[in-house]
Write a protein that binds this ligand. Structure first.
Ligand SMILES: [Zn+2]
Length: 210
C-alpha cells in the first residue's frame, strides 16, 4: 500500500488534471474498440502491451483466461461477453494467454493445487487443455510444455466462447472477429493464432492494422 496511495495522488495530479477534457468525455460513455480476455497474472497488462488508453479495451481477467462454456451456472464471463457484443457493439474479441502461466502450471501438475479448492474447480473448464497436452505433447517438458499448454488453452477457451448464442449469432452475421493471442513475458512479443497455418505467428504491424 505504500506505493499505491502515492500512485493515486500522482495519477490525479499528473494524468487526470492535465487531461481533464479526456476524462470528462470518458464519463459520458464508453466505446471500447475491443474486448480483451486474459489471465489475472500481474505481469500481463492489456493496456500496456497494446498501448491503449482508458475506454479503449473492455477487459475480463481471471485465473488462466478461462471462458466457462455455455450452460455453466453463474457464468460472469458469459455476462461480460454478452454485454460486450449486445450492449457495447464490440466486434473484436481477443483471448490472450501468456508464457509462464501459473494456472497452466497448476493444470499440468494438479498436486500443486491440493489446498486450492476453488482454483481446482475453476480449472475444470480447462480440462480439454490438460488432455490435449497429455496426449499430444508427450515429447515436450518444462517451459516448452507449459507454453504449449497456454497456447492450446487459448484455442480451447475460444471454442467455449463460440458456444455462446450471442457470439455464434454475431459470428454468423459476420459482425465479430475472434483472435487468439499469446503474450511472451520475457520479450514483450505477442503472437496471434493463424487458423490457416494452425500455429501462432508473430503479430506484426500489417496484421494488427488489417
Ligand atoms: Zn496466467
Amino acid at each position: 500500500m505504500q506505493k499505491l496511495v502515492p500512485g493515486i495522488h500522482r495519477f490525479q495530479s499528473q494524468i487526470v488534471q492535465p487531461n481533464q477534457d479526456f476524462f470528462e468525455r470518458l464519463a459520458g460513455e464508453q466505446t471500447p474498440m475491443a474486448m480483451f480476455i486474459t489471465c489475472s497474472d500481474s505481469r500481463v497488462n492489456p493496456n500496456l502491451l497494446t498501448q491503449t488508453d482508458p475506454g479503449e479495451l473492455f477487459v475480463v481477467r481471471n485465473v488462466g483466461n478461462v471462458i466457462p462454456p455455455e450452460g455453466t451456472s453463474n457464468n460472469g464471463e458469459a455476462a461480460a461477453i454478452e454485454f460486450a457484443i449486445e450492449g457495447l457493439g464490440i466486434r473484436d474479441i481477443i483471448v490472450c494467454g501468456h508464457t509462464h502461466c501459473g494456472a497452466m502450471k497448476g493444470l499440468l501438475d494438479p498436486s500443486s493445487l491440493r489446498t486450492m479448492t476453488h482454483v481446482r474447480k475453476w480449472l475444470r473448464h480447462a480440462e480439454a487443455t490438460q488432455q490435449i497436452v497429455q496426449e499430444n505433447y508427450r515429447h515436450l517438458s518444462g517451459e516448452a510444455r507449459l507454453t504449449a499448454a497456454a497456447e492450446e488453452n487459448v484455442l480451447v477457451q475460444i471454442k467455449h466462447l463460440q458456444t455462446m448464442p450471442s457470439v455464434a449469432a454475431a459470428l454468423g452475421r459476420g459482425e465479430l472477429n475472434v483472435y487468439g493471442w499469446m503474450y511472451k513475458i520475457d520479450t514483450g512479443e505477442v503472437f496471434q493464432y493463424d487458423w490457416n497455418e494452425k500455429q501462432f505467428q508473430p503479430l506484426v504491424a500489417t496484421v494488427a492494422s488489417s
